[in-house]
Write a protein of this length. Structure first.
Length: 161
């Protein structure tokens, strides 16, 4: 099975989670579509602000390569900002196009709640035609380890068999 994992990360928590999930999907062909904000803190905040204002000009080339046609399963992972995923989530869905007939998994990372963001993500992914087969919230105030993400990856393997 071909799996696309699209994620957004600013602090690295969502990236670490996506990579841990993928680490156990060894019988599948996994590709990543990362949107990573890197740099010093103030640079990250400025870039996040641009993205929140739907200015994706700095990653336009990457976004134009986003295509889910050849994938069987689409996974989307996002951090949670004020009970919502970042605007990059909606941009990814817009660029990825029609997901009719595709299976999808959504996950988010959060320091506190994250439940509303996860439900929002599920609804939006279903609106573009995918069937969300699993959703998962990874929540921890300080540090999200990889143990739960690896366990989740194993559950995905079992479900896909």
């Amino acid at each position: 099975m071909k799996i696309l994992i699209a994620y957004f990360t600013m602090g690295g928590r969502t990236k670490k989670t996506a990579e841990a999930i993928a680490s156990v999907l060894v019988t599948h062909e996994v590709s990543f579509f990362p949107i990573e904000i890197i740099g010093k803190f103030i640079e990250k905040i400025k870039m996040l602000e641009k993205f929140q204002n739907k200015d994706f000009s700095t990653i336009e080339t990457e976004l134009n390569t986003l295509n889910a046609v050849s994938y069987d399963l689409i996974m989307v992972g996002m951090p949670t900002y004020g009970n919502f995923p970042p605007k990059a989530f909606e941009e990814i869905l817009e660029r990825i196009g029609n997901l009719s007939g595709k299976k999808a998994i959504v996950f988010n990372t959060a320091r506190f709640s994250g439940g509303k963001a996860l439900e929002y993500m599920k609804t939006k992914v279903e609106e573009v035609g995918a069937e969300v087969i699993v959703q998962k919230k990874f929540r921890k105030v300080l540090w999200i380890g990889t143990k739960n993400a690896i366990k989740f990856g194993k559950q995905i393997n079992e479900r896909l068999e």
